[in-house]
Write a protein that binds this ligand. Sequence first.
Ligand code: NAD
Length: 457
Amino acid sequence: MQKETKKIIQESLDALLENDSFLPGLTDRKQAFSSLSAILSTPDKIHKAFLRVPLDDGSVVRIPAFRAQHNDAMGPYKGGIRYHESVNEEEVINLAFLMTLKNALHEVPFGGGKGGIVLNPREYSEKELNLISRKYVRYFADVIGPDKDIPAPDMGSGEREMDWMMAEYKKVHHGTPYLGSFTGKSVVNGGSLGRREATGKGVYFTFRYLLHDYVKANHQLLSNSNNPFAKTTLELYDRPLKMAVQGFGNVGSVAALEAYKCPLIDHKIVAVSDRNITLYNEDGLDIPALIEFTKTNRGDLPSTEEQLQSASIKAEIKERDVLVTLPVDVLLLAALENQIREDNMKDVQARIIIEGANAPTTAEADEYLNERGIVVIPDILANAGGVIVSYFEWLQGRETQFYTEAEVYRLLIEKMQETMDMMLPQYYGDPYALRQNCFIHAVTRLSTVIYRQGKLY
Ligand code: NAD
């Protein structure tokens, strides 16, 4: 596990150790905390396989694949499967750990898991991807399942892959319940309405709630506070804002559309980026037109003048990585890890950063941003919409009763608001950053569960 991750666990446990009201029944507190640290900083299991795949041209390749199972104290392991060439063992372990904390924070009855396949999906045909996805299920068939470990989509995978995988699971475990084996499936295959948009909608909601709804209801309280994050929030409240969105896939495009449509905050999305380029327009980009374009361009934004013209989109094409340092008020990160780091953190101009992606800010950069009073809405708080609606999908699959889209969004927003209402008063009242507050809260809940399950002996 990365040293940053271990540091997070240790800091949260240190904060708890000083709090005598936490688990007062513990006899040897020091020893119990060192046991908790050992449990949380290590995954339960890590499964690795080299998928043997015959390609269309007749050659046979071996593709590395992982499934990390971090902790299942709160419920079956749960987490996406990433299809990306940079996938590696340490990454899946860290992402599985974040899933454990995310579920604990939002009180979703799942543990944390994560999977990955080391490949660039664009280099394979649909038939090959189908085979690779099915092979993944075959190799890990014994360790996944509706009550063991429930994968979902992540970067590079979507409902198509989940449908294939569920079908393979059904074949391997013939005659057993299978609808809950994967979430993020298409609706016709037992997926939930609203799942595809859930993460992006949830990401945007956390921002809107923090900067609009919560401030509106608690203006006086924030004005009386000396907390630097309260000051930043008030500085940006109720004034025109510029926003940039990194990553225009499932999470980024949906969150951008939510921002574009939201009448409560006066903001313009002046920049969006993807794996190729950044598009910039001082007067605001036409987000619906960009989404339409990506549908016919394998998910990519227009990256040439000709493409912009053909789609009647007004924008300047800039280099991909300039997006994070543009002169904007709000930065929404929805691509990869480590996007704000030591070498670019000082050039970041945004005052609010929303982490739609997992771990887009390194520990050093996070510390630096906190010192400057920049509000960072952390990944485990902001991007939990996907796993929350996955939980609804899993429940619907068990009951074979399906909710309407409106019902799904109502339940999603209710759940995310509950967590925000729990975290924000603490955030604006104490010296910790929002990420630390969320980690401390999640670790508290998880540690209580682990203690009560008698795992500290
Ligand atoms: P996706 O594959 O749909 O989209 C990824 C986007 O990022 C694409 O537009 C791609 O072109 C772009 N991109 C890739 N490299 C980039 C770079 N260097 N700079 C700028 N853009 C780049 O993936 P997604 O599902 O939207 O996931 C994005 C992030 O959100 C990941 O970190 C993922 O773990 C996280 N996340 C996703 C979900 C979900 O439900 N999909 C849930 C929680 C967290």
